[in-house]
Ligand binder design. Structure first.
Ligand code: CMP
Length: 146
């Protein structure tokens, strides 16, 4: 199915100048960007976004990290987009990610893993995250040439 998925270059990825690399890979794959926002996440948004991890030992560090500098939040659309983006990102732990994936090519650290993409096992997390970061009128409906 044609799907929309939430993707974000995290503060480490922005610091390292990897926005273009990430956007380029998703464009090359044939996915279509329908929303993009360079922004600073505040404490409230961070706690909402990562609410499912509240209570875990790494939660506080995760919130500190994601609010430590700007991120580039995006919405991408395409065939089976949620799962395809997950496959292109690699595993949560970059050390377990195959070369050729974004995390497998650019990271080794579990916390600083360059990119976030919505979980495709957890239906609803994707729509929820898109809604947290974007108003409907910030998403652009456009036709991609073949
Ligand atoms: P992400 O896909 O953004 O979703 C939750 C994040 O928590 C995950 O990427 C990791 O960066 C981070 N994370 C998951 N497990 C741990 C852990 N054990 N220690 C530190 N960070 C973690």
């Amino acid at each position: 199915d044609r799907e929309r998925t939430f993707v974000m270059v995290k503060p480490d990825g922005v610091q390292r100048g990897l926005i273009g690399e990430v956007v380029g890979r998703l464009e090359d794959r044939g996915l279509k960007m329908v929303g993009g926002k360079f922004m600073q996440i505040d404490q409230d948004l961070a706690e909402d976004h990562y609410g499912e991890h509240e209570g875990k030992p790494f939660f506080e560090g995760l919130v500190d990290f994601i609010t430590s500098g700007p991120v580039f939040a995006m919405v991408w659309e395409g065939q089976d987009a949620i799962r395809q983006v997950r496959r292109m990102m690699g595993e949560t732990d970059p050390a377990e990610s195959a070369p050729g994936t974004i995390r497998g090519d650019f990271g080794l650290d579990l916390g600083r893993n360059v990119i976030h993409g919505s979980d495709h096992e957890d239906e609803g997390s994707n729509e929820r995250e898109i809604g947290l970061f974007f108003d409907e009128d910030e998403l652009v409906d456009w036709e991609q040439a073949d």
